[in-house]
Design a protein around this ligand. Sequence first.
Ligand code: SAM
Length: 241
Amino acid sequence: YFVDPSQMKEQYVVITGDDVNHIARVMRSRAGDEIICCNGQGRDVRGAIEEIGADAVRVRILEEDLPSRELPVQVTIAQGLPKGDKMELVIQKGTELGAFSFCAFTSLRTVVKLDDKKEKKRRERWQKIAKEAAEQSHRSKVPNIANMLTWRELLASVTQFHYALFAYEKEETSTLRRALSEVPAGSRILLVIGPEGGFDEKEVVEAEAAGFISVSLGRRILRAETAPLYALSCVSYEFEQ
Ligand code: SAM
């Protein structure tokens, strides 16, 4: 369970909010059962439930410094906003695969338009999906769902990363595999995936001019939602022992 850092004391943890119901009614946990708690800032502990109250669960810490399950590189997936609920799939599976954060963007070929209110609602839902997927895959961190960006804003964000990769199905020479072989552990990587209709030629030129490295994800054309999951699997294969 992810808890606010202020709720993780030296010897015990207090869990509040929706997780109380999850522990008591969904998991049907009892005093004495063991659970893992993370404060999202690198402190992951194993503990035993001491008491389950109506609004809070108190956990006694048994073990500190659990081994990290995070990828050695921080991968941000920037996804051209896809139709329907495909972004939910990307966030759920991408979280299991170790993505550090997600950001949806609009570009010439994205078709879904969201006003501010709808965007806020979507992001709240996506953040909840990320939290649940992080818990089930025993991540130490819940990926952040960043504000949606326009294409221009996405290009400008390149300076925040050590490597900015741009998945382009017409790329013939540069592969993701080769690009990853040059990336040292600890790097922040931005990986941009287009919407269902892909990128306009103009956008490809703009991305390269902004410093993005165009990479192929293999010879087959992947669905917009398959591409980030394939790429994250490659990152995990490259960096994890
Ligand atoms: N029309 C299909 C759909 O509805 O999902 C395919 C969409 S594909 C054009 C969407 C994005 O996935 C592309 O813009 C690109 O970023 C990425 N992509 C898919 N296959 C790829 C490949 N073989 N190499 C690089 N990128 C790829």
